[in-house]
Ligand binder design. Sequence first.
Ligand code: URA
Length: 427
Amino acid sequence: MNVTRIIQKKRDGEALAAGEIFAVIEGYVSGAVPGYQVAALAMAIYFQGMDESETSALTRALMESGECLDWTGVEGLRVDKHSTGGQGDKVSLVLAPLAACCGLQVPMVAGRGLGPTGGTIDKLEAIPGFRTDLGAADIRRITDEVGCVIASQGDQFAPADGKLYALRDVTATVASVPLITASIMSKKLAEGLDALALDIKWGTGAFMKDVASARSLGAALASVGESMGVRTSCLVTDMNQPLGRAVGNANEVREALAALSGEGPADLMEVVYELGALMLTSAGQSEGKAAARATLEEELASGRPLEKFREMARAQGGNAETELELAPASEVRASRSGYVSAIDGEALGYALIALGGGRRSLEDTIDPAVGLEMNVRLGDKVEEGQSLLDLLSNGRGNDEALTLVEGAISITDELASMVPSLIEGGS
Ligand code: URA
């Protein structure tokens, strides 16, 4: 294999053969292909893109670098959801147990925070004792016994993606549709799913800044999923402000538990129900969206999903019965009167990192008690001095976080035309 020739082909806009893609990925994992050549190839892909068959080949190469769950002989349907990420997105914590209560099996492999976007695994690790580094046998057993499990990617699922992602992170090659598609789908397809519902976020806090890019990412993800035999459907949802009030780790777990107790904020519950409806209908568990939503709402009201979350936590070594501690809160107030016309989600994500609630480098440890609690939403009319949000801080990075949040919330005299908190069903 001549890697230089492969890089050159992609640089000049030619399509790569599946064999060439597999050879580069296998060589990268074994150490035969150096990181600088893979970085050059990633940059060529960033600029030239990949067609459907190249993206599928890259997905398979990443997926087959690790374990794939095999459900042969196990009853039931395996269905999962995935979000492309943002701030305050605690949907997985609510939807995994809710979907399990509706009869689905949810063997979820989730991620840690990525840049300014939060991660399900970091949130769950705010629960004392909660273990996410589970092996394939434990994932199968807990899925079978409880109905849902949330585990981390670790070195076992798509390890080539872990290595490639770290390289993309430092070579400015993250925001590429084929690279994101292969990265996400390699992990999700390793779960051995029957169906997958995707939540593609767009807006100030998301990787995709506009609806058109979110739609093309959704189409690419759905096409790879379908080509690999997994019924894949997607929503395009709004990430121009945090989902719910809480942005952080322990505080997001608290908000998720409140949602499981029937007290979830409306925007969060809308995404939970819409995505849950896609999971139920694509698995053939409900006849149509209206019936699926009714099932989900009824099930949530029964209280069983809250108990299911606690059961999942126990099965993963955690205790979700005790209230999680939060860092001391201080209010950030409006410097003028007017309308909240824009919220920079990315800046809020970086404020959380400054407080210690996210990572700047892989080795950083997270303080689960810190975070942000939003007191306003887009379009709200505020008076000077009114509280915009609470900063939950243990002292670390306070000034930097304050500067970031103050700059993140725009207050103007006129109410700018509001973007609908759009929920759009995709393919
Ligand atoms: N999430 C992933 O897992 N990979 C990406 O490339 C982007 C978001």
